[in-house]
Ligand binder design. Sequence first.
Ligand SMILES: *Cc1c(COP(=O)(O)O)cnc(C)c1O
Length: 341
Amino acid sequence: MEKKNIDWSNIGFGYIQTDYRYVSNFKDGKWDEGTLSTDPNVVLNECAGVLQYAQTVFEGLKAYTTVDGKTVTFRPDLNAERLAQSAARLEMPVFPKERFIEAVKQVVKANEAFVPPYGTGATLYLRPYIFGTNPVIGVKPATEYQFRILCTPVGPYFKGGAKPLTIKVSDFDRAAPNGTGHIKAGLNYAMSLHAIVTAHNEGFDENLYLDPKTRTKVEETGGANFLFVTKDNKVVTPKSNSILPSITRRSLVQVAREYLGLEAEEREITLEEVKDFAECGLCGTAAVISPVGKIVDHGREIAFPSGMEKMGPVTTKLRETLTGIQMGTIKAPEGWIVNID
Ligand SMILES: *Cc1c(COP(=O)(O)O)cnc(C)c1O
């Protein structure tokens, strides 16, 4: 396979148009057979449900080249299940899991020239999404939808090493107690934009959102779950029904237990106890783990012993093991790696 002439190691996290996208439309109560399209544009009625009432949900996963030259994706079955949960919560039709995985394979295969070579640190980022397409003016679910998977090559997340982040305890909430924090919906991001721009203007990298009900417990950032390591090397992640169930975080917990022999626990974590942890990281598809050096709560600084120069030892080991599993240098648990060809 002839790869595109792209400077793989130096592209950022942005949209680069690729040759094909997968498209399937839902009408009269069913999804059509779906197809690959060369058209990157979506033409919608001015009153489409997605434009008026933000009826859209999405996913994010990566395709990449392993050490032995195979093109693969990581646990797409979990993305299919999570998209189904997101869609159901917004009264949208579910795109069936088997078809989702088939569509992922088709669109990656069609764009194989855009899958970055092994060793570049770059990956092909896949963005599956569903949105309401027919005109909706009274507040109700759309009756017609489009499922689409676009893909775009993205560069290595950490160019020149992972620099620990400084995070602000936000005054804004990202989720309501019985709201939509647990689904991957565009609406959760629209309302986070003001909070992230505010944090950036104040010199912070990210926001730590507290639980919306008591504002005493750690939830997550705008787009990644927290993972903490205790001083006696136990992995602890926040438990809450208003955080997004990160596939990376769930995978890291399994890696901690089964590959590193560490104890791992999902439980409520108060902001008060954060000062007692040895390491902190953010989990998500894009970076796997980003190190957190400092959390600032209204002038009170919580600095982790791992410091502001490098990732802590346990988070480093977790990250190396999971990326090794993804890249084929470490044996993967059954079903985690899905071959494209
Ligand atoms: C997508 C997302 C994550 C990370 O999930 P992964 O499946 O690990 O990529 C975490 N939090 C939020 C709010 C997200 O939208």
